[in-house]
Design a protein around this ligand. Sequence first.
Ligand code: BG6
Ligand code: MG
Length: 231
Amino acid sequence: MCMTTRDTAMTHPHIRAFLFDLDGVITDTAEFHYLAWKKLAAEEGIPFSRGEADAMRGLSRRDSLRVLLNGRPVAEETAQSWMLRKNDYYLQMLEQLTPDSLLPGVRRLLSEARDAGIHLAVASASRNAHLVLDRLGVLPLFDAVGDGHSVVNPKPAPDLFLWTAGRLNANPRQAVIFEDARAGVDAALAGGFWVVGIGSAVTSERAHIHVSDLSDVTVTSIVRGLTVLSD
Ligand code: BG6
Ligand code: MG
């Protein structure tokens, strides 16, 4: 794993909470979202590529459809039925999900953070977040879950992170967001949070710390990385 930190000066962090995005951070359901949209797009004859799928990361179901349509007008009834169909495809794929589907390092990092007294939450745009966490067997590990039902304004607005951090009684400067999506990193920064960007869809220039995945990330490496920024 390669870890890079952004070169800025900030106040010394006292970290009380970790907020994890779900799809693409805790488990690879970002791939299922991609495959489900791809199936719908193929059936409707709409061009769809990996690049568009990356742009959809972190976006609500409605905003993802907007990316897919790329300005093509469709009636509201059609939009509703397409979103429902995509979700049906996605739900079928979720049947493959088991506790083994956690991404590398996630279970270890969660338990290490809990032992260090850090409060844990999921903050996901998905309306299926509880179902996914349940299938992964990790729902009881979290003190709070913010999902696609929790707030009106989706990412890149900071509302979901602020709502979820509030459930943990943590202010943004005491909380680290783990995100694989541009919209999520932007939401975290807009809310004044620390942010760890994960993977190739987000850039190390935007996130305070950037990692390729969570396999080697520890509580110490995060706090140390943020302290470097505070010096
Ligand atoms: C986000 C995903 O977590 O949830 C997006 O990154 C997805 O790709 C969004 O569109 C909404 O998910 P759902 O399950 O409510 O359609
Ligand atoms: Mg994500």
